[in-house]
Design a protein around this ligand. Structure first.
Ligand SMILES: NCCCC(=O)O
Length: 258
């Protein structure tokens, strides 16, 4: 059986070392592709592109991973920026929004990690808590620069994530934002012990999972295994699918925000 091909979003870095040069670069930590290769997939990195390239890109993939990164511009979910929000990256927001929409429209399995989960929620009409310490009164979801924090996540029985054989366990994590109002068609499938949403899924889709922590930085392979298993299954014909859940979605992402 051929290995499924998983595309992983990357980010634009203005200046990175390349041999003797400092060059603009498209980057993602290597532990992302390694995590999915260990689970039996081939991987390709997706440099930021024009949003109208997303449908053709996703058509060639068996699954899409939206990686972690900076805060989503708050205007995309109708909020004014909190003083601690940012930096924002409009080009990345728009490219990854287009990838998410293309994956949802084509029923291509989708895993959204950290910022990716936040963006998935926004695409589906949800909102974000902009600075978690304001709400939970602690900083246990964030590490320090270069070092992840760890806390326990509790799967919710009866969900896809809850069916992976996962019990409450400690995960590597690094975020200061979180899901507030849940996006259309999403259900919560794991929470931290302080009640913060840690994972979401879309039960009416083939495989749509968002995790707020960083599975690629830990030892638990079950998230990658589940994505790769879904990527091996044939996609449904879009015309046979129920009315898509993302129709209600994205807050206007055209000007002036972008
Ligand atoms: N908002 C970007 C993802 C990580 C964080 O919440 O800090």
């Amino acid at each position: 059986m051929p290995k499924p091909l998983i595309g992983i979003s990357t980010y634009h870095e203005e200046s990175a070392r390349w041999g003797a040069w400092q060059q603009p670069a498209a980057l993602v930590p290597l532990n992302y592709p390694e995590y999915f290769r260990r689970a039996g997939a081939l991987t390709v990195l997706l440099p930021p592109d024009e949003p109208d390239a997303a449908v053709e890109t996703v058509e060639r993939l068996d699954a899409v991973v939206i990686a972690g990164g900076p805060d989503v511009r708050p205007q995309r979910y109708g909020a004014q920026p909190h003083p601690r929000s940012g930096p924002h990256n409009d080009a990345r927001d728009l490219w990854e929004i287009a990838l998410i929409e293309a994956a949802l429209a084509s029923n291509t399995p989708l895993l959204a990690i950290c910022r990716g989960m936040q963006l998935l929620n926004v695409v589906l009409g949800g909102t974000l808590i902009q600075h978690l310490p304001d709400v939970v009164g602690h900083g246990e979801h964030s590490g320090s620069p270069g070092a992840m924090a760890a806390h326990v996540v509790e799967p919710i029985p009866g969900t896809l994530f809850g069916s992976l054989g996962v019990e409450a366990y400690e995960v590597p994590t690094f975020h200061h934002q979180a899901v507030d109002r849940l996006g259309n068609g999403l259900v919560v499938c794991a929470r931290a012990r302080d009640g913060i949403v840690e994972a979401v899924e879309a039960p009416n889709e083939k495989f749509v999972l968002g995790v707020q922590w960083h599975p690629e930085a830990g030892r638990d392979t079950r998230v990658a295994d589940a994505l790769v298993a879904a990527a091996r299954r044939p996609h449904l014909v879009p015309a046979q699918r129920p009315e898509t859940l993302h129709a209600a979605a994205v807050a206007d992402t055209s000007s002036p925000v972008a």
